[in-house]
Design a protein around this ligand. Structure first.
Ligand SMILES: Nc1ncnc2c1ncn2[C@@H]1O[C@H](COP(=O)(O)OP(=O)(O)OP(=O)(O)O)[C@@H](O)[C@H]1O
Ligand SMILES: [Mg+2]
Length: 242
């Protein structure tokens, strides 16, 4: 299965979601091998991976691949060979690239395209102007792709119900794109934990003597597990279409 976190707008949580879903318990129970692939030349995840490598953290089932080329043939070939050897591939797609090359590729290639999006008119118009035309174009060319584009509401207030967010997006999204029944809430733990090259479980171990941090990271782990379960459920039926 190939999952891409795609959003032409920057800073919406793509890299954070890619890394945390790759290391989630749910994905580890479901898949024998997991490739975390960063196509972003800025290398946010590469730096993070090098940090954890230096500290000797066990990658478990996760392998990391950074493809910095901006030439379509080169990254397409790289991804093809990684996907041949992994049951699950999670891709972190850069927000900006010339001609939105990476975005186009991911929208066409992934079994499931997850679009992290804030509940704001700003994000809504950015989506309608930049990403939606690409999605429409791809569905026009390959109608079976319909149903593979899912918005994940991000940075929601931790007390806000997913149903409210779902209703909001259900109202504004075009019919080819639907909203997942789950949210990625704003939590300070996401701003802090990944700076040290740790995944959430390793961070939980590190802060286990601090009740407040332990509680925070516990909530974050719950968010990620819920997101993974919902993504896999949404992806059923799409797998193998490429
Ligand atoms: N759920 C969250 N709550 C609070 N802060 C978050 C959350 N997820 C991510 N962040 C923070 O928001 C910032 C942007 O996140 P991230 O780098 O994952 O976004 P991105 O979409 O990959 O950005 P870019 O488009 O630049 O690649 C980071 O500082 C990250 O730590
Ligand atoms: Mg990023």
């Amino acid at each position: 299965m190939i999952i891409g976190f795609v959003q032409t707008k920057g800073g919406t949580g793509k890299s954070t979601l890619a890394v945390n879903t790759a290391f989630s318990g749910h994905m580890h129970r479901k898949f024998g091998s997991i490739a975390l692939v960063e196509l972003d030349p800025q290398g946010t995840l590469k730096a993070w991976w090098e940090d954890r490598d230096e500290m000797g953290y066990d990658p478990g089932k996760v392998s990391f691949h950074h493809i910095s080329s901006t030439q379509k043939q080169v990254f397409q070939q790289g991804i093809k060979s990684i996907s041949d050897y992994n049951e699950l591939m999670i891709m972190d797609i850069p927000g900006e690239s010339t001609g939105k090359l990476h975005t186009r590729f991911a929208c066409a290639y992934c079994d499931l395209v997850i679009i992290p999006m804030r509940m704001s008119t700003n994000d809504e118009s950015a989506f309608m102007n930049n990403l939606y035309p690409i999605i429409k174009e791809i569905i026009r060319a390959v109608p079976e792709k319909k149903g593979q584009f899912k918005v994940l509401p991000v940075f929601t207030h931790p007390l806000q119900s997913w149903q409210n967010c779902f209703n909001y997006f259900d109202d504004i999204l075009p019919y080819q794109v639907s909203c997942l029944p789950v949210v990625f809430p704003a939590r300070s733990v996401y701003e802090n934990f990944n700076r040290r090259g740790l995944n959430l479980n390793e961070y939980a171990q590190l802060v286990q003597s601090n009740k407040k941090f332990t509680h925070q990271v516990g909530r974050a782990i719950e968010d990620i597990e819920k997101i993974c379960k919902t993504i896999i459920k949404a992806g059923k039926g799409n797998h193998g279409s490429n």
